[in-house]
Design a protein around this ligand. Structure first.
Ligand SMILES: Nc1ncnc2c1ncn2[C@@H]1O[C@H](COP(=O)(O)OP(=O)(O)O)[C@@H](O)[C@H]1O
Ligand SMILES: [Mg+2]
Length: 239
């Protein structure tokens, strides 16, 4: 369970990225987070991970409330897949990158190896284990990024624009994967057909506030409402 109550986040330059945001995700829910550029999606994900300090409000994962004392514990429950895989991958070889998290959480070398093998197999990328992380395709990089996060065995997964830079086939593979994962998922995305296919709930952010929470198949096709929130609805075309 992830619960956010009256969350406010302000950058050092005074920009208020999130104001008075509250929502709750139930275990196993897969929820899209949609909003125009600058709406506050990335800021929200970084706040949930304790990367950006909260100006006000609370983040709770299970029974644990995010604070300076609990941030490490929260990060062991929750994993963030960054928008740019290059921000996530930093070890020279895939296997080492996926092993980094579990090793850091104190797993033995044997346990770590077992987790790495299991996660790579789960994502269908065992053949990439010994490959250089700088020599992967965009789709492979995305899958390896997800593997580094899954290896830490989180309960809640946060994704920032996971379909960005993917070709249609890699995007399809990602959709299959996300639908199979049992973790609670919050997925920031501009890819509205993806949100409809993958998620049964959408949170819409506008200027840092939650303006709608409901069924993606209803909300994302509502041209007038979507216009008001600065987002292009599905089905809009100008030939
Ligand atoms: N490091 C930063 N310092 C100051 N303002 C920032 C910073 N990062 C983002 N912002 C501002 O916060 C707001 C939300 O941005 P962001 O969370 O990146 O939106 P989104 O991910 O929805 O595109 C925007 O107004 C943006 O300009
Ligand atoms: Mg963003």
């Amino acid at each position: 369970m992830l619960e956010v109550t009256h969350l406010k986040q302000v950058y050092p330059d005074g920009t208020c990225a999130i104001s008075d945001l509250s929502f709750r995700l139930e275990p196993g829910q897969r929820v899209a987070l949609v909003g125009a550029n600058g709406a506050g999606k990335t800021s929200l994900l970084l706040s949930l991970m304790g990367v950006l300090p909260l100006a006000q409000g609370q983040v709770r994962v299970g029974d644990t409330t995010l604070s300076r004392q609990t941030v490490d514990e929260i990060r062991s429950w929750m994993g963030l897949v960054f928008q740019a895989p290059d921000d996530q991958l930093f070890m020279p070889v895939v296997r080492e990158d996926v092993a980094f998290g579990p090793r850091n959480f104190g797993k033995s070398p044997a346990e770590t190896n077992e987790i790495v093998d299991q996660v790579l197999a789960q994502l269908g990328i065992s053949h990439l284990a010994d490959k250089s992380t700088t020599k992967l395709s965009g789709g492979e990089k995305r899958m390896v990024s997800i593997a580094t996060v899954l290896a830490m065995e989180p309960q809640v997964l946060l994704f920032d624009e996971p379909t960005a830079f993917l070709d249609p086939k890699a995007r399809r593979k990602l959709i299959h994967l996300l639908r199979k994962l049992s973790q609670t998922q919050l997925i920031a995305t501009h890819d509205l057909p993806f949100a409809c296919e993958c998620c049964d709930r959408v949170l819409i952010l506008s200027h840092g506030s939650l303006v709608a929470d409901g069924d993606p198949r209803t909300l994302l096709y509502d041209q007038d409402q979507m216009d008001a929130w600065g987002i292009e609805a599905i089905g809009y075309a100008e030939f």
